[in-house]
Design a protein around this ligand. Structure first.
Ligand SMILES: *Cc1c(COP(=O)(O)O)cnc(C)c1O
Length: 391
């Protein structure tokens, strides 16, 4: 057996095991027709799977801005921004982000994932300590691991548990980071940001919120630090341009020294090519629409609440509503059932969510028809009834 054969055999046997456990993943050829309609295998579906909560990925003015930026500055950026420099759109975008979040400055990095694995190890090192919510996004946990810091995971949104860990361990270390999703990506609930900030202050710990699903949706589009008219001074506010913003890229909003330090030392900023001009141009246009159309920003949560009310679920706090079915096979068959009725809702399985909590993750978009939202609720209801009758 050659070394090539052993490699293919390794991958094949791994895939076989995953297949058996219903954990093999496949990418399906899909063509977007509008913000919420897609074509698969020649059939039209309404999708409730996308994170494009405002329909901006298909918005004519945003597409036009992407084309304009491409014509003006080219298809790609050529190298890291530290090498080829900033075209004027980068500073425009960073200033707009900083203004939206109420911070001195912002830095835009390749993607949300690259942002987290870049900033966390730049600020926190092996002598330090990190406290993270157990449901934090995978790339936060990757960033934590890369930092080499001691990591303590607290139970989801459990402030007592967090306080206990802070009391026990904070003083043993030089610097400490507390990190949490602002809006949890697979559960759709909010972090108790005000309480986290208080604990962070009490225990001399830096707080970072990941607002990948918050920007453009909660707090009038400004994110989880701005819910209910608040303006919480979280020192590290990161997020992505790839979801409600409809484009691509990640960002960190923070004080001037922190941003300057990230631009100087963060490996995923220094050693990775700058975003293509089209992505930057699109994100600028999207932020402009968010500040000009406050009513549009309210729509994803309004749709989500129609859905949660129809199914007697706890009222939606964001554009994401989970329907936890537990069993992976049952979740896959629920998704199949909805697909047969013309609705795409992504089934989420381990390791994306903890074992035994497989779920449908329903994501709402400003462009969904209320009628489709109600119809989807009826279908979910009928699946749940049938399914429990069979059990
Ligand atoms: C999607 C997501 C990211 C990663 O952002 P990308 O721009 O898609 O790389 C980071 N954090 C959270 C909470 C996310 O949901």
């Amino acid at each position: 057996m050659t070394h090539k054969d052993s490699l293919a055999e390794f991958a094949t046997s791994k895939l076989r095991v995953l297949e058996r456990r219903n954990l093999r993943r496949r990418i399906v050829e899909t063509k977007p027709e509008s913000a919420v309609e897609v074509i698969r295998d020649g059939k039209r579906f309404i999708s409730f799977s996308s994170n494009d909560y405002l329909g901006f990925a298909q918005h004519p003015a945003i597409i036009a801005a992407a084309i304009e930026a491409t014509k003006e500055y080219g298809a790609g950026s050529g190298a890291s921004r530290l090498v080829t420099g900033n075209h004027p759109l980068f500073s425009q975008l960073e200033q707009k982000l900083a203004r939206l979040k109420g911070t001195d400055d912002a830095v835009v990095i390749g993607s949300g994932y690259l942002t987290n694995i870049g900033i966390i190890p730049t600020l926190i090192g092996a002598q330090d300590i990190i406290f993270a919510d157990e449901l934090s996004h995978a790339c936060i946990l990757s960033g934590n691991r890369l930092s080499g810091a001691t990591e303590y995971i607290y139970r989801h949104n459990d402030l007592d548990h967090l306080k206990e860990l802070l009391s026990q361990h904070r003083t043993e270390h030089r610097h400490a980071l507390l990190v949490s999703d602002g809006v949890f990506s697979m559960d759709g609930d909010l972090a108790p940001v005000a309480a986290l900030l208080e604990l962070a202050e009490e225990f001399d710990t830096w707080l970072m919120t990941d607002d990948a699903h918050g920007i453009g949706v909660v707090g009038e589009g400004r994110g989880s630090c701005f819910v209910d008219g608040e303006h919480l001074q979280v020192p590290l506010q990161m997020g992505t341009l790839s979801k409600a913003i409809g484009s691509y890229g990640g960002y960190l909003c923070a004080s001037q020294p922190v941003i300057d330090f990230i631009r100087t030392r963060s490996r995923s900023f220094i050693y990775s090519t700058g975003l293509p001009p089209s992505a930057v141009g699109a994100a600028i246009a999207a932020l402009d629409i968010i500040s000009e159309e406050p009513d549009l920003v309210k729509e994803p949560i309004r749709k989500a609440r129609i859905f949660t009310a129809a199914l007697n679920l706890p009222e939606a706090e964001s554009a994401i509503v989970p329907i936890v079915l537990g069993d992976t096979e049952r979740t896959m068959s629920a998704a199949k059932f909805l697909e047969n009725e013309g609705y795409l809702v992504v089934p989420i399985r381990p390791p994306t969510v903890p074992n035994g909590t497989s779920r449908l993750r329903v994501a709402f978009c400003a462009a969904h028809d209320d009628e489709d939202v109600n119809r989807l609720a009826e279908l979910v209801h009928s699946f749940l009834e049938h399914d429990s009758a069979e059990r």
